[in-house]
Write a protein that binds this ligand. Sequence first.
Ligand SMILES: [Zn+2]
Length: 164
Amino acid sequence: MTTDGTSDDRLGRHQLALDRRMLALAIAEAEEGLDGGGIPIGAVLADGDTVLGAGHNQRMQLGSVIRHGETDALENAGRLPATTYARTTMYTTLSPCSMCTGAILLYGIPRVVIGENETFLGAEDHLRANGVEVVNLASERCVELMRTFIADHPELWNEDIGEP
Ligand SMILES: [Zn+2]
């Protein structure tokens, strides 16, 4: 392997370790949401290893129709300049829906790391088509959280994703 290849490899391992650490924070948000009687989806907006905002789905807790994990994290991060968003990664336990994909594109967030897309496949193709890097960490814990919740509360999940 070339010197460049080795250093790319090291960079890749560092990035993966950081991504797993941030996803763990998003999972903790999802678990907090579940404990509060909510839908277990959490998200973290981060600039490198700095958390700018964390949140979770607030449909049940706040009766909110727009605070999904990602939008709650964005709201909790507060108003940020475009130059900051341009450096961020959105970590989310679940593949982002159309609404959250729209928010990610609107603010120019260039990278999205998801926990899983087995229980719900969001608008990942739309993100990729707009130049956003999408990484799936295929977390078993994320799948388990959603599988259990959907089996227990199918009506709440359908409401959250606008299904009859
Ligand atoms: Zn959403």
